[in-house]
Design a protein around this ligand. Structure first.
Ligand code: TYD
Length: 231
């Protein structure tokens, strides 16, 4: 499917699956080959969406219900798509996005119990035609993912020295996480052209090699995708 001249790859899965490390490794590998790469994330990625991110992840919107949260995720996504993703793709950039529309399908749709029609309508408006060329789903038993997330949170500090705390979604029950895992796998089964599932319990280097082998065939051979334009 065509979303412009660039390449749009999204990364999905439960907490603690190692997505962010892998996105960084892939970005480094692609930049080394001379491609122009943008790493971004949701909720967030644009000024408006980052403002909404805080409201969502702090749990401030939780009391207002899952419909409200879903609309806020969609509002953030719309801003991110129009301000950052669409213009980047138009400039032949490879956009690597940590979570995108499938997270809303799973977290708000499946485990939030929102009606499918409501979630679909929000998705249509928010993505406005910008659908990932490829979605890499990091699959991990919920128990392992949660344990990793907890280890990160227990007294661990971020590179900036801030204490990392579990966000409100990470605090939810194991059962919910297992449901989400199944929901991501369902998405992959229903859209095999777009989605690829990776076993996130493998070593970081094995995962990195698999991620690269998935993205490599999507890269244009010639100069048409930002090659050589990286500063
Ligand atoms: P974050 O700490 O950014 O990411 P991760 O869990 O990937 O390390 O947290 C984002 C949280 O927001 C995560 O728990 C999933 C949730 N989320 C939704 O519920 N719906 C969405 O549409 C998106 C993008 C994220």
């Amino acid at each position: 499917m065509t979303v412009g001249q660039g390449l749009f790859v999204t990364f999905e899965g439960g907490e603690g699956a190692g997505k962010s490390t892998q996105i960084r490794l892939l970005a480094d590998a692609l930049r080394e080959r001379g491609f122009r790469v943008l790493m971004t994330r949701e909720p967030g990625g644009s000024a408006g969406a980052e403002a909404v991110r805080h409201v969502l992840l702090s749990g401030a919107a939780q009391d207002f219900g899952v419909r409200m949260e879903a609309i806020l995720f969609a509002a953030a996504r719309s801003d991110h798509v129009e301000e950052i993703i669409r213009p980047s793709l138009a400039q032949d950039t490879i956009v690597l996005c940590d979570r995108f529309m499938d997270s809303s399908r799973v977290y708000q749709g499946v485990t939030g119990n929102l009606e499918p029609g409501f979630v679909e309508a929000l998705e249509r408006v928010a993505v406005n035609g910008i659908v990932p060329h490829c979605t890499i789903i990091f699959d991990l038993p919920a128990a392992i993912g949660l344990e990793r997330a907890r280890q990160r949170a227990s007294g661990a500090t971020s590179p900036k020295g801030e204490t990392i705390e579990l966000d409100r979604f990470e605090k939810e029950e194991m059962e919910t996480h297992e449901k989400r895992r199944e929901a991501f796998l369902d998405i992959a089964r229903n859209d095999p052209g777009r989605c690829r599932v990776i076993d996130a319990s493998l070593s970081a280097s094995d995962i990195a090699a698999t991620v690269l082998s998935i993205v490599e065939p999507l890269l244009p051979a010639g100069d048409e995708l930002g090659r050589g334009l990286e500063p």
